[in-house]
Design a protein around this ligand. Structure first.
Ligand SMILES: NC(=O)c1ccc[n+]([C@@H]2O[C@H](COP(=O)([O-])OP(=O)(O)OC[C@H]3O[C@@H](n4cnc5c(N)ncnc54)[C@H](OP(=O)(O)O)[C@@H]3O)[C@@H](O)[C@H]2O)c1
Length: 261
């Protein structure tokens, strides 16, 4: 993939960092972005791992129009071969107990910022009639997420957007793939204030494995990939289970105080 260029958002830690590592190992030049200064250290680690590629780090708040515009401007001059729209955040606790600013941050990052980025870069890819897009959705999008309500709704939105965009681009050479992980070992649950929950405290999937499944699915032009057998079964069952039942079950996973002792 020498000379090819990939953008990975949310690449400072977790699944995004592993996605960026995979791109690096395949020889893609990289633009990696995240909100905090740690993105510089992540970029440096990628440069050390594969010294033949160019890695540019961008610190930008992708929950804002300005942040996404900045990312787009930094990428200018390069054709984007791969876009990995991965940046996202979660938020635990009962909806009415959540701080509005944090609710809004989840919506602005996961929904608004991601949608805007896909709109900008997607138009260029369609014009060129080439490109690969990976959107990090989640199996959470199949389930009304009591005690994580806004997050699950945001992932439901992304899963849906991904399939719709894929269909609209059916007759082009632009592919859209939705990576749908289950609970994965990253900083996600601590940041979402969900360590005192069953899902936050139990064993989780490995971020490198999740990223690899997503990367492979994108390379094969597949529509989606649910990572891991347990998650595959869980999402298949969710598709035929009433929403009310799913919301009840989710409470057992995500209500504060449900952590394994
Ligand atoms: N972990 C799971 O169980 C799980 C399951 C399904 C799906 N996912 C999804 O996987 C994706 C990656 O999450 P993760 O689990 O790897 O968690 P993570 O380790 O917390 O990584 C999240 C990444 O997104 C970045 N980010 C968050 N808000 C941002 C913003 N406003 N602007 C720019 N960057 C921002 C973070 O950078 P900063 O630290 O700089 O903000 C970080 O690089 C998310 O979309 C998440 O919803 C996770």
């Amino acid at each position: 993939m020498a000379g090819q260029f990939a953008i990975v958002t949310g690449a400072s830690t977790g699944i995004g960092f592993e996605l960026a590592r995979l791109c690096a190992s395949k020889g893609y030049d990289l633009l990696v972005a995240a909100d905090e200064p740690e993105i510089e250290a992540a970029a440096e680690a990628l440069r050390k791992e594969v010294n033949s590629i160019a890695v540019v780090a961008l610190q930008a708040d992708l929950a804002t129009i300005e942040g996404v515009d900045k990312l787009y401007e930094v990428a200018q001059g390069r054709k984007v071969d791969v876009l990995m729209a991965n940046a996202g955040r979660g938020l635990g606790h009962a909806f009415l107990d959540q701080e509005w600013a944090r609710v809004r941050q989840v919506i602005d990052t996961n929904v608004m910022g991601t949608t805007y980025l896909l709109h900008r870069v997607g138009q260029d890819m369609r014009r060129r009639n080439e490109g690969q897009i990976l959107i990090t959705g989640s199996i959470a999008g199949f389930t009304p997420g009591s005690f994580q309500a806004v997050y699950n709704a945001s992932k439901s939105y992304l899963n849906s957007l991904s399939f719709a965009l894929r269909e609209e681009l059916r007759d082009t050479k632009v592919t859209v793939t939705c990576l749908m992980p289950g609970a994965t070992e990253t900083e996600f649950f601590a940041r979402a204030d969900m360590l005192d929950t069953k899902v936050g405290s139990e064993d989780k999937d490995d971020a490198a494995m999740v990223a690899r499944k997503g990367f492979e699915a994108m390379m094969n032009g597949e529509g989606d990939v649910v990572t891991g057998l347990k998650n595959k079964i869980q999402s298949a069952v969710a598709n035929v289970t009433p929403a009310e039942t799913l919301a009840k079950q989710h409470r057992k996973q995500a209500e504060p105080g449900t952590a394994k002792s």
